[in-house]
Design a protein around this ligand. Structure first.
Ligand code: AHR
Length: 509
């Protein structure tokens, strides 16, 4: 029996942790989301079946157009009448950069699925003025050239694009651009932000971060007053480590997020002495982490780079574990699963139909259930450890808990042990004040009374158990066969059996 206690509330979860990403890369957008020649497309060229699946996953924010393609993306190529749009060679991912799904189509798609658009500007071959003009085209309300250009394209109302990424992975030397030189990134990012914020001072900016102190520190020293988010990208892979390989990546991500959190805490919550001569306000509130690309990506050095990834049931457990980490880390203000359709994606769109890969199932479950207030969870007895061989030791159970706005309490438990079921006993712990929300930290902290805590989180409430299981760790879905099953049961008492290799959601209403 493993004893778990659900502890204190620790802030409201930002729903933007359930964001997603689409890029002009292989068939993610053209041939995936947008395919006017497909019999499955609606009158706007959007694949109706893919649209419905995106609505099911319901990302609150969607990032576009890259990714690395940002390096060559000139937004004015892809606006206005189709016959005037400019088609270029896709220098990054091969084939062509099709301009038929441009800014307006992207924003319209976002609105149809209920997502806020998030745009990444071209810092490599674009200019700061071009980025400012993009903001004006999207958000301008005055009688100005770019606002009128949008109107002339049939969009009277501004798009109100709030989130803007200032470059993408600029530290990567092989990518087009010179911003791997950190001093140049700082110089140019400041100029981009000036043009963009002077155009619309309400936008929120995301600057580029990574796992290198010699990048992060100078970038934040210079730009912290003018950025709302600090980007970090994470891809786990099997990496010849076998079944538990991706969980080694998950451990690295957790450690990196802890380092980034500590770094961000060295910057003031409020910016003071910001010169009024900038003519736009500084950020207000803390800088938060935007994990604006994350997934499993088993890189292959061929022409598709392994991007047409097939995900198995083990990968779904990894996905749920990352969602638990995002839910438990208050400093994360946004996260975007990379990507959405066909390319390292939860949705596969074939010419005659589309289907969900395994990783879509936890995404859909969590998106609906795991919202509201973050609750700390701590292990009161040993969390069993699996010998992941080359991947090192992996904790069997991975957890997070929330209280929905209607008072419903939810506990998500991922059992990464494919050989053993575990019984858990869940109690309420009014004394466990876990400021970080991290279950590991919680277990180590000294208990102290918290009188504001509601001691009746689930006592006397009816419990329900939802369990997602795959037919085997390496099981994969296809269009005609889903390898994932979902079962429901009522819970009697607070002792619950968590099946091997499962994702379980316990709900107390
Ligand atoms: O998501 C695929 C690629 O991964 C993106 O274009 C890039 O930002 C990252 O390296």
């Amino acid at each position: 029996m493993i004893e778990l206690s659900i502890g204190t509330p620790n802030g409201v979860i930002d729903q933007n942790i359930y964001g997603q990403f689409i890029e002009h890369i292989l068939t993610c957008i053209n041939g995936g989301i947008y395919d006017p020649c497909s019999p499955l497309a609606d009158e706007t060229g959007i694949r109706a079946d893919v649209l419905e699946k995106m609505k099911e996953l319901a990302p609150p924010v969607l990032r576009f157009p890259g990714g690395t393609i940002m390096c060559q993306y000139h937004w004015e190529d892809a606006i206005g009448p189709m016959e005037k749009r400019i088609r270029r060679k896709n220098l990054i991912w091969g084939s062509e950069l099709d301009p038929s799904f441009g800014t307006a189509e992207f924003v319209t798609f976002c609105r149809r699925i209920g997502a806020e658009p998030m745009i990444c500007v071209n810092m490599a071959s674009g200019t700061a003025e071009e980025a400012g003009n993009w903001v004006e085209y999207c958000n301008g309300t005055r009688n100005t050239y770019y606002a009128n250009l949008r109107r002339s394209h049939g969009y009277e109302e501004p798009f109100q694009v709030k989130y803007w990424c200032i470059g993408n992975e600029s530290y990567a030397e092989p990518d087009i651009g010179i911003h791997h030189d950190v001093s140049l990134y700082i110089r140019d990012a400041m100029e981009f932000i000036k043009f963009m914020k002077l155009t619309d001072k309400t936008i929120q900016t995301v600057i580029v971060g990574c796992d290198r102190e010699d990048w992060n520190r100078p970038v934040l020293d210079a730009l912290h007053p003018v950025t709302d988010y600090f980007s970090y990208h994470h891809y786990s892979g099997e990496g010849n480590m076998g079944l538990y390989g991706p969980f080694a990546g998950e451990r690295n991500l957790k450690e990196t997020l802890a380092r980034l959190t500590a770094l961000l805490q060295t910057y003031p919550e409020q910016v003071t002495d910001f010169s009024p001569w900038y003519r736009f306000p500084p950020r207000s509130g803390k800088i938060r982490i935007a994990l604006d690309e994350w997934n499993i990506w088993n890189f292959v050095p061929d022409e598709t780079y392994g991007l047409l990834q097939t995900y198995n049931w083990r990968d779904a457990l990894w996905t749920a574990s990352i969602l638990n980490l995002l839910l438990s880390t208050p400093e994360i203000g946004m996260a975007n699963l990379a990507q959405s359709v066909n390319v390292i994606a939860p949705i596969v769109a074939e010419t005659d139909g589309s289907w969900f890969q395994t990783i879509a199932f936890p995404l859909r479950l969590y998106r609906t259930a795991m919202t509201g207030t973050r609750l700390s969870v701590s292990f009161r007895s040993q969390n069993p450890v699996i010998d992941g061989k080359a991947a090192g030791q992996v904790e069997a159970l991975n957890v997070s808990a929330v209280q929905n706005p209607d008072g419903t309490v939810r506990l998500a438990v991922v059992n990464r042990d494919f050989d053993h079921d575990y019984e858990i006993a869940v109690t309420e712990d009014a004394r466990n004040q876990n400021q970080s929300g991290d279950p590991d930290t919680a277990a180590k902290q000294t208990a102290s009374p918290d009188c504001s805590f509601n001691p009746n989180l689930f006592q006397g409430k009816t419990g329900e158990l939802t369990v997602l299981t795959g037919s085997a760790p390496d099981a994969v879905c296809s269009r005609n066969h889903s390898c994932v099953s979902e079962t429901h049961a009522l819970i009697d008492g607070n002792t619950i059996r968590i099946p091997a290799g499962s994702i379980s959601l316990i709900t107390w209403r």
